[in-house]
Design a protein. Sequence first.
Length: 444
Amino acid sequence: MTLDELRGEVADGRIDTVLVCLTDMQGRLQGKRMHAEHFLDEVVSHGAEACNYLLAVDVDMTTVDGYAMSSWETGYGDFVMAPDLATLAPVPWQEGTAMVLCDLRWEDGRDVAPSPRQVLRGQLDRLAERGWIANAGTELEFIIFEDAYEAAWDKGYRDLTPANRYNVDYSMLGTARVEPLLRRIRNAMHGAGMRVEDSKGECNFGQHEVNFHYADALTSADRHVVYKNGAKEIAAEMGCSITFMAKYDEREGNSCHIHLSVAEAEGGDNVFAKDEAVFEAFLAGQLATLRELTLFLAPNINSYKRYAAASFAPTTVAWGHDNRTCAFRVVGHGPGRRIECRVGGGDLNPYLALSALIAGGLHGVEQGLELEPALEGNAYVAQQRPHVPTTLRHARDLFGESDVARTAFGQEVVDHYLNMARLEVEAYDAVVTDWERVRGFERL
């Protein structure tokens, strides 16, 4: 939707509300619902203010310590949400509504460096220096439950009823059971300007995914967060719930496989198909930096419970040709040649995850790294290869020690996300879990 198209929709009374949104550290949409006329008259030209604590709170929106950019000592001031009008789109699942995503700036015009969208823009600028752009697609899995979100909350998210009682991976019968929801999600996202490809069943009970055509990396990340938020809203309206958490139970987790390629800015030719040396160095860099940049692919305590043998979630830092047991899977031919990273879960922040993959690849190109041979066979039993970090604590420490992270993102960004990880680890360590009570209440 162009700005002129929005003006026409507002003048004709078809749109009266504009959602002005930013993406926070957790990958969630935050912002304000604007009257459309106010948005057009004031916000388009001047932006809108929001409290800078939105990039300095935990998932519960609790004010926490350790962030340089926002604290009680600095008074929790504002930053500016500057609308990126290229993201302006209708919101078909909400009556009379459009949406725009924003870049974050300080009052003096400087970028808010730790903002996820700005972190990704920084890596795209590094590609642009070489005359390249990044194309990407994210594949988000989720589990559907028959319980409404409020009912799930009241149950403590225990004993929920999945929408399918058995594995419906690729099943046309199983997916038909939830087609009213899936169809509405597909069509709603199409109406919001996304190019929807398909939906399909997955392995866990009630697990599904909706897939979208690739786009440039920033657009794909933008669509990812809008889709994820919209899918939850549509599920809530239909009296059910969906979760994107990385590992809901002991069965298969929710992945977010990321497909990435690099193209020439002029002409659009796929660099991976055109220049074998660049492709090999880029992938070698991703392999070499995966462990130290895993924090941007797996940002939560729960993220690391996905990494289990024979689960289709990787445990080994290796690459292979169309090999789903590896952390990186090379797929496609010619213009479609790309690298699929299988490390991320449904809980990742797409801006940060893409930033990590681009930064790793550029490290390989800059250093002229050589690509190790492809792994043949089962990566889960490859004992001589390094392993994906197994805890958030481990990933935090590797990230903090990473020269690649500091070079790519800057010390301010590194410190900001190290603090986020520190707080998550401390919060988890302080909790007494149901598992501990069951094992220890009577028998210990």
